[in-house]
Design a protein around this ligand. Structure first.
Ligand SMILES: NC(=O)c1ccc[n+]([C@@H]2O[C@H](COP(=O)([O-])OP(=O)(O)OC[C@H]3O[C@@H](n4cnc5c(N)ncnc54)[C@H](O)[C@@H]3O)[C@@H](O)[C@H]2O)c1
Length: 418
């Protein structure tokens, strides 16, 4: 059986330094690591992970390794692997199959290789690993006890599987933990999406019309950070509550068909398909920049962009120019894949500290739990609260405790106006 496949093993020493830097900014995971090292609860378990192969993921892998697990890892996006980190992980003994710039065939080949190692617990980001195990590799199913899912799109797919009875093992929706989506999706995606756009273009955001498609957790963060840099933020939505929230936050809200004509920069973060398509591209200004931060590269219609264009040129890394038949030029970042991971380094370590603490503790929960019927579960409340407590402790922030009188007051109904 193939042990690992990475771009260049010689990059390992660079990768170790990256992992060291991330570890320094992930104090919650460090606290969990100390306990895992002592308790060795994961001994005898093989964990199969399909995650963005970043320095932060490497810190999570370290913890599972010291907990005693054997690990197989593949990337969760063809463009997001940090090759130096992948090489370092291979040196640490992780069966890693990932490199940056894969074809779709190579991407699924890597997932297959990870499955060959016989995962008993799966960690997924987008549900491609779970999807493959449930379709082409069903012989692997009996070996799997449970799994976790990192992102909104993956949870949506898994809930669809649960609804139709297709889901054959338990999955904990890590994405839906308060200490995940509130910080990772909002502050993580917010900062790193702007980072990706700036690294790819180095344009000034101040004064630009910055269109954010969606106003969910990720999009809220992107809008907030773009506004902070002086951009005029315009939001497009399909959900009236979220649209109203955007309007009350002082943002302009309008249909994408109207925003298309005035936007300088467009970012999708909806988890939906063809949010920016032909009729919108036809209206865009010459020079408009389009990027996506949603999980899959389906939010911007690449097919429509190709159809409208006569030629394409790579201008800078992660910046492609499409020359349209009418002479206008549109600029696409990172091939329409998540711009924060493809053009930058993904979320800052401090944010992934909480997301991956949930992952580590949920792996432990699955390992310890006798039987979990095949359903999509929320993260146990005590895990979510524990992650928040550990993060506060690491940040040296103390909070109040309820007095006995307050506890009683909050649990009764008798006392009203006095
Ligand atoms: N880039 C990253 O690192 C990163 C991190 C976390 C999540 N994600 C991904 O980002 C996407 C969004 O995640 P989220 O947690 O913000 O989801 P969410 O459900 O909180 O928000 C999505 C929003 O998009 C809106 N929407 C749907 N279709 C739309 C359309 N056609 N036009 C305008 N708005 C539309 C929905 O009404 C909703 O408000 C998902 O694909 C998720 O997996 C990416």
């Amino acid at each position: 059986m193939e042990k690992f496949r990475v771009k260049d093993e010689a990059l390992a020493s660079k990768g170790h330094l990256q992992i060291e830097w991330a570890t320094k900014h992930m104090p919650v995971l460090s606290q969990i690591k100390n306990r895992f090292r002592k308790e060795k609860l994961l001994e005898g378990l093989t964990v199969g992970a399909c995650l963005h192969v970043t320095k932060e993921t490497a810190v999570l892998m370290d913890i599972l390794l010291v907990g005693g697990a054997k690990l197989a890892l593949c990337g969760s996006n063809p463009l997001s692997t940090q090759d130096d980190v992948a090489a370092a992980l291979a040196e640490k003994g992780v069966h890693v199959f990932a490199w940056r710039g894969q074809t779709t065939e190579e991407y699924y080949w890597c997932i297959d290789k990870a499955i060959d190692h016989g995962p008993m617990i799966t960690l997924d980001d987008g549900a491609d690993l779970v999807g493959t195990i449930h379709s082409k590799r069903t012989e692997a199913l009996p070996n799997v006890k449970g799994g976790t899912e990192e992102t909104t799109t993956g949870v949506m797919r898994l809930r669809a599987m649960e609804k139709t009875g297709a889901l054959k093992y338990a999955i904990i929706a890590v994405n839906d933990a308060y200490t995940k989506y509130l910080f990772d999706n909002r502050y993580g995606t917010g900062q790193s999406t702007i980072d990706g756009i700036l690294r790819a273009t180095n344009i000034l955001l101040a004064g630009k019309n910055f269109v954010v498609c969606g106003y969910g957790w990720c999009a809220r963060g992107i809008a907030m950070r773009a506004q902070g840099m002086g951009a005029n933020v315009i939001v497009t939505e399909v959900n009236p509550l979220r649209a109203l929230e955007a309007a009350m936050n002082g943002l302009r809200v309008m249909p994408i068909a109207e925003a298309a004509a005035i936007g300088d920069i467009f970012v999708t973060a909806t988890g939906d398909i063809n949010v920016i398509r032909k009729e919108h591209m036809q209206k865009m200004k010459d020079g408009a920049i389009i990027a996506n931060s949603g999980h899959f590269n389906v939010e911007i219609s690449m097919k429509n962009l190709e159809e409208l264009s006569t030629s394409k040129r790579a201008i800078r890394p992660n910046l492609d120019e499409y020359a349209l038949k009418d002479g206008r030029k549109l600029y696409l970042l990172a091939e329409g894949r998540l711009v924060n991971l493809a053009a930058a380094e993904g979320h800052p370590s401090e944010v992934m500290d909480m997301s991956f603490a949930n992952q580590a503790l949920c792996v432990e929960h699955i390992a310890k739990t006798e039987k979990m019927p095949p359903r999509v579960y929320t993260v146990p409340r005590d895990i979510d609260e524990n992650v928040a407590k550990l993060k506060l402790k690491a940040m040296e922030i103390r909070i109040d405790e309820l007095t006995p009188e307050q506890k009683k007051y909050l649990a009764t109904w008798e006392m009203g106006t006095i």
